[in-house]
Design a protein around this ligand. Sequence first.
Ligand SMILES: [Zn+2]
Length: 101
Amino acid sequence: MPILKKRQIEILSQLNNQELEKYVAALPIKPDELEELFFYIRSRFKNQLCDHTSKLTMQYLIDNRLPFPKIISWLNENGGYCDCKILENIETEWNKAFGNS
Ligand SMILES: [Zn+2]
């Protein structure tokens, strides 16, 4: 039986606190910065639709001088291929694990 490899982000909500802490410590972005990124994308989406690039994310990362190659590749690995997918695949799982709405 083939095993579908789950994205790391999809098992977040099954981790215990200690495992979550470890996971967060290894991320290329701080949790509050990531949550701010979700908020930033969401607020831009009020005026425009996703053009299926990560340009809003890039803008945010550059404005905040964050290490974008590492962060973009982490986002891609977890299904965040463009700005709307970052909300759909990553924010959703993040909120499940960390209990934000
Ligand atoms: Zn998109």
